[in-house]
Design a protein around this ligand. Sequence first.
Ligand code: BGC
Length: 362
Amino acid sequence: MKISPNSAALSVAALLLAACGPAPSIQPDRVTPYRLTNQAGMEVTLLNYGATLQSIKVPDRAGKLGDVLLGFDVLDGYKGTHPYFGAIVGRYGNRIAKGRFTLNGVEYKLATNDKTNHLHGGLKGFDKAFWRAREAGPNAIEFTYVSADGEEGYPGTLTAKVTYTITEANELRIAYEASSDKGTVVNLTNHAYFNLAGTGDILKHELLLKADRFTPVDAGLIPTGELRAVSGTPFDFTNATAVGARIAANDEQIKLGGGYDHNFVLTAGASAEPALAAQVYDPSSGRVLEVLTTEPGVQFYTGNFLDGTIKGKGGVSYGKNAALCLETQHFPDSPNQPSFPSAVLKGGSSYRSTTVFRFSRR
Ligand code: BGC
């Protein structure tokens, strides 16, 4: 297994950083790539900006390597406007209604960046921050970001660490850790946009979700508080089903999302060890992705807001349904929904979460 900064944009500073930890010559505000590879032929490129997953190259059924993530070839593209391609989102991934919540009797007002709601950490979330990078073993890179007390309205200085590790079993493990000096709310996830074919749309990808219920939403995509059975609805992925099979169904929730843009309640619940949450199979390439997590929920989003205006890798315009996201998480708006698993992090205690993306082929 090898770790090396991506040769395309390799700087001496990056090489020093990957090899020896922070060096005085590092330009902390330069988007710098890091690469993890294994003997099985998997290649992963990460960026210090947003602790972003820039590419994942895995073999198809014929053994041909292909990139399964949407994003940009030119690294500065990540600093422009885009819908969180591959980034770590935080301090609170997903929506908080009206950008408000009350903790220990104090009401906090967050930045609102999704109409009247707060989404993915606000105007300048963790996706738009430079993280400090450090080699964390022969096959791992650790990114650290310190979010100041009051940033985007959140209480407490939060130190967040995200460690990406690859294994010889073609797994990418993402370990999240955080601690705060004051009570706060935390919900970290990775916003990778997957297309296992590496081209076209994901409507023929077959999805299995280990979820018997989902959280229906209102017109602002805020959960109503109900946990609704998926059985008999277009949200039933308990048996593998093509993503496109019911995506245009005459269903109130599908219409509100413009497709799938919903949190699924994982049957395993919050678990100590990552449990299987989802499996995606692309019949055209033979690639399989399994998502395992310790989180109680997963946001299944079918790229409904992609409208062709963003040109990504290879100059391709990303249109509606060009990719799907499986964002492992606590449920949206948990800080305002007492019946949902709590996303509160007490001052002095630590937050931990792990998600694994495991690739194989059929
Ligand atoms: C949300 C979508 C949003 C997308 C990009 C997803 O996590 O659920 O509603 O459009 O992120 O911001």
